[in-house]
Design a protein around this ligand. Structure first.
Ligand code: NAD
Length: 530
């Protein structure tokens, strides 16, 4: 049985740039040939582990004294890649290169820019399993989770390139008599793109692709936990024909290089996805005018979540158990959209817990290279934080299953379910970002909605119910950017589920949706007398 895997559709296609957008199909690993090819990709990538990658500024490769070592979370002695570490001194050269490239790239036709992005998607499609294998090693994704990440990246290539072409044809709502009135979505300038490690391909690439297809140039600072997949993606952009300086690849510490890029007077916007704390810090820093700064910096900030699934008394309980298990523990619970709270009607509470325990105990923790259901959490610091939340949970509630490390050299934690968690308690309110689910008892649907909405976040949520009235109430009252009915709260698909959160979950930028490229452009209105 496929545990914690996205739904399987058909075999991959190749190169479709026209016609309606469709999402990239996932592999079916029950098919022996697919499994054999994935093993071959893992073997190929394993032979490349430990290589060194350069900073790329204005197309030039650079080395630094300080290095970042990216480690395999499932085998912490294994180095995935060694990267240069950009410091504050690299901000000025990166900015100079990006500004220079902006002069020509911003004037390059949208067709040419879109063609680069389509080509990048084609190259990625042709090397999909290889990229998936890098994710297996660098962030401990199992095969299906790695597939979802790389497929989403291909979707972003196809979707944003189409969107840029559509935006270029935008028209004013009316034409004044005697005038020719036009609207032009022009690029902003140099953007700082700062992604997290948890969708290290899709989110990193998505913010970068939206930037460049709109005519901006980028300083890309990947997460220090996942720079290798970003280096591979930048190599792909180069192979697709990206001009020098359009994306400048600068792994570095957030607190030194990241902070300095955000503060630079010539940074026009910051596209960030990550934690609430860092997002708020960037928002504040971006609001301060640097000497010589001519604009208000735009911030696109997507942040954390404390996502809930409500299970009503009249729900299909088996389906709800499956949805909660997948959403809570897929990729070790390290998704901003992960279900970290299950809010269960008291009339089915005990039965739900009994079924959930049985389901979660089937999840195997182990090496994602062997396609275990779940792998290791990202790093040692994260493991310690998650275990300390589990200790808190033992005080505030009742461990149903898990509650400790799992065997192995890596940072493995057993999927943990903690029942009887009171609303407003620490583990009910704070983002844990690991395989820990708090289960909360609700007196009924009103109470469940009240609990669900009572955090400072508002990213994803789901409701399992067979009542139309309750579905309508959830649509009205469950205050999240991405709501799902009778399905899990993870697994947003480009085009179908534009993604972004409310409240402290972010600026609701809706990646993968029709409004996204407006955030990377500014509209110039021209009224010409004729
Ligand atoms: P993080 O905030 O620790 O880091 C994100 C990025 O910011 C990294 O590249 C990091 O180096 C950089 N950074 C850190 N300090 C900085 C500073 N002072 N200035 C500039 N950059 C700085 O987050 P993370 O641990 O990488 O990712 C996990 C978080 O991301 C979780 O909170 C998760 O919910 C969130 N997330 C949100 C979404 C979403 O769409 N809302 C998607 C994925 C992840």
């Amino acid at each position: 049985m496929a545990i914690l895997e996205p739904p399987v559709r058909t075999e991959p296609r190749s190169g479709l740039h026209s016609g309606p957008f469709t999402t990239e199909p996932f592999f079916d690993f029950r098919n022996d040939d697919n499994a054999r090819r994935m093993r071959a990709a893992i073997t190929k990538v394993r032979a490349q582990l430990g290589r060194e990658y350069d900073l790329i500024i204005g197309g030039k490769r650079l080395k630094t004294g300080d290095k970042i070592k990216s480690l395999n979370p499932a085998k912490s002695s294994e180095i995935v890649g060694i990267h240069q570490k950009a410091g504050k001194e690299h901000v000025e050269p990166a900015m100079t290169a990006a500004l220079k490239a902006f002069e020509s790239w911003s004037r390059t036709s949208v067709e040419e820019r879109a063609a680069l992005v389509f080509r990048t998607g084609d190259l990625l499609r042709s090397r999909k399993m290889e990229f998936m294998a890098w994710l297996v090693f660098e962030v401990s994704k199992n095969w299906a989770e790695a597939d979802a990440d790389v497929s989403e990246t291909i979707d972003f290539c196809e979707f944003y390139a189409r969107e840029a072409l559509r935006l270029a044809k935008a028209q004013t709502p009316i034409q004044l008599p005697g005038e020719h009135d036009t609207l032009h979505y022009i690029p902003l300038g140099v953007g700082a793109v700062i992604p997290p490690w948890n969708f290290p391909c899709a989110i990193m690439a998505g913010m970068t692709l939206a930037s460049i297809v709109s005519g901006n140039t980028v300083i890309l600072k990947p997460s220090s936990d996942s720079p290798t997949i970003a280096a591979k993606f930048v190599e792909l952009l180069e192979e697709a024909g990206m001009p020098e300086g359009v994306v400048n690849f600068c792994p570095g510490s957030g607190a030194s290089f990241g902070d300095a890029v955000v503060a630079h007077s010539k940074t026009r916007y910051i596209a960030f996805t990550g934690s609430r704390e860092v997002g708020l810090h960037i928002n504040k820093a971006a609001a301060t005018q640097a000497p010589g700064q001519l604009w208000i910096k735009r911030t696109i900030l997507e942040m954390g979540g404390k996502d809930a699934i409500i299970v009503d008394a009249d729900a299909d309980i088996d389906s709800a158990v499956e949805g909660v298990a997948q959403a809570a523990f897929g990729f070790q619970g390290q998704k901003c959209s992960a279900c970290s709270r299950a809010i269960i009607d008291e009339r089915i509470y005990d039965k739900f817990l009994q079924l959930l325990k049985a389901r979660v105990e089937k999840i195997q923790v182990g090496d994602p290279a062997e396609n275990a259901n779940i792998g290791a959490v990202i790093n040692e610091g994260s493991m310690k934080t998650i275990l300390s939340y589990i200790e808190q949970g033992k005080k505030d509630g009742r461990i149903i299953t898990g509650g400790e490390r799992a065997e192995g050299e890596g940072y493995f934690i057993k999927p943990t379910v903690i029942a009887d968690i009171p609303p407003k308690s620490k583990i009910e309110q704070e983002e844990i970002f690991g395989p820990v689910l708090a289960v909360i008892k609700a007196r009924g649907f009103d109470h469940a909605l009240e609990i669900a909405n009572d955090t400072e976040f508002g990213l994803t949520g789901a409701v399992y119910t067979s009542s139309r009235d309750k579905i309508e109430r959830a649509i009205q009252e469950f205050h999240v950017g991405n709501l799902y009915i009778n399905r899990k709260c993870t697994g947003a698909m480009v085009g179908a589920h534009p993604f972004g959160g409310f409240n402290m979950s972010g600026t609701d930028s809706k990646s993968g949706g029709p409004d996204y490229l407006y955030l990377f452009t500014q509209a110039k209105s021209v009224g010409e007398k004729i």
